[in-house]
Design a protein around this ligand. Structure first.
Ligand code: AMP
Ligand code: MG
Length: 415
């Protein structure tokens, strides 16, 4: 069977993907979601001209010639703390004490900070009756203008923005109480294999693997990667290789999930239950020109997209990064590139299989340099080493030897 290029398989996956529906949620519940529509600022930020310093709001013309040698005396006729709505009238020769964030009196056109008066920074509870100004910067000095950050009616944030803490803070400042986001995709994970033990069982110590058994690491890997990619995990399952429960579990998962990820059982082995049971259920099993991760299943059952990934943990991880993460990105409304890519310089030589794109787990050493995270072997079973990788280097299919100094694209894995 011919191998399908990685990009072709990815394109086939993305062709089936559509963003989930929009919903309106309270601002804080939107954390981690993606904006479905731009948010327009209902008001300017700042909302009013305000003081950038503790000091005195003045008429600049009064103090323009002030100096240490010839201070200018002003009468203090008002006291405006932050939060006050007072707008004291300022006749020539007068000023108002203002604190940082206080609205600037309409008659003032500059702020003289405490440091530019003979009083210095000593703050008293009540304002002095007069002050002596020793310097003044210019009209508009230390005034934070209404709308200089965000102007009313302009875009506060564009559609496609991922709502992390900083974006939520911007929306909160803009008085946005609810936002239109794209629903998170719902993901179910199913690991297959007679050999698997539950690593989350109450008493794992009592589950010492017998000969032939091992702890299932793919359900935490797939479930938590999906979670980190912004999906909601709705179920985690393990099935054996008899196939009796597999169809039942997959079909039940497909009723509720947008994406179902299975691991294991997709090669040509006698017990490769996923391939045997799902081939005639709308899942297409192919060989992709990649390493690791050659056997791949992908299809649709009901409304769910089904990804059948190989069981070796490094293969499952690489397959997730290559196909599942891009799909989740689009489903959750992200508009940007399918991967977080960065160019890197190779710091250590390695061989790669001919005719297959390699996704090599790598570590950043210094600056832009990468080395294989798996020095001393790159087996796709080496789950003990994936935690040390910072990303996957993408080696083109036609390359057989990666040399020191070569430039490669790296898909960053941030955690
Ligand atoms: P398979 O794709 O089912 O042939 O599995 C390939 C290899 O991956 C075998 O060595 C399995 O033991 C291992 N494997 C399969 N599923 C898991 C899992 N959930 N956790 C850890 N290793 C697994
Ligand atoms: Mg298996």
């Amino acid at each position: 069977m011919n191998l399908i290029p990685l990009e072709t398989h990815l394109a086939q996956v993305l062709a089936k993907v559509t963003p989930r529906e929009q919903l309106r949620v309270p601002l804080l519940e939107a954390h981690g979601c993606v904006l479905a529509a731009p948010v327009i600022a209902r008001a300017s930020l700042p909302g009013f001209d305000n003081s950038g310093m503790d000091g005195y709001a003045v008429r600049f013309a009064d103090v323009q010639n002030a100096s240490e040698a010839a201070p200018v005396r002003l009468r203090v006729v008002g006291d405006v703390p932050a939060g006050s709505s007072a707008d004291p009238a300022l006749a020539p020769g007068t000023c108002a004490r203002v604190m940082t964030g206080a609205p600037i009196p309409s008659d003032a056109d500059a702020v003289v900070p405490l440091e530019a008066t003979t009083l210095g920074t000593a703050v008293t509870e009540t304002a002095a009756e007069t002050i002596d100004v020793t310097s003044a910067k210019g009209p508009g000095a230390h005034i934070r203008r209404a709308g200089e950050d965000i102007a009313e009616g302009t875009e506060l944030l564009p559609a496609g923005t991922e709502l992390g803490a900083r974006a939520i803070a911007t929306l909160a400042a803009g008085g946005v109480g609810e936002v239109e986001v794209v629903r998170r995709p719902r993901v179910a994970v199913i690991a297959t294999g007679d050999e698997l033990l539950d690593p989350t069982a109450a008493d794992v110590a009592a589950l010492t693997p017998a000969r032939g058994q091992l702890y299932d690491s793919n359900t935490p890997l797939m479930g938590l990667l999906a979670n980190e990619a912004g999906a909601e995990i709705i179920g985690v399952f393990r099935t054996d290789d008899s196939g009796e429960h597999l169809l039942e579990v997959v079909e039940a998962a497909c009723e509720r999930a947008d994406v179902v990820i299975t691991t294991g059982g997709v090669s040509v082995g006698a017990f490769d239950v996923v391939r045997l049971r799902l081939s005639d259920r709308g899942v297409n099993f192919t060989k992709v020109a990649m390493q690791p991760g050659k056997p791949q299943g992908f299809g649709q059952i009901g409304n769910a997209l089904v990804f059948c990934l190989p069981g070796n943990p490094v293969s499952a991880m690489a397959s997730f990064e290559a196909f599942v993460r891009p799909a989740l990105r689009r489903m959750r409304g992200e508009l940007g590139p399918t991967h977080d890519s960065r160019m890197a310089v190779v710091g250590e030589e390695w061989r790669t299989p001919a005719g297959r794109a390699q996704l090599m787990p790598v570590r950043w050493t210094d600056g832009d340099t990468i080395v294989p995270a798996h020095s001393g072997g790159s087996g796709s079973h080496m789950v003990g080493r994936i935690a040390r990788a910072d990303g996957l280097a993408v080696v083109p299919a036609d390359c057989e030897l990666v040399r020191v100094g070569d430039q490669l694209e790296v898909w960053e894995m941030l955690r």
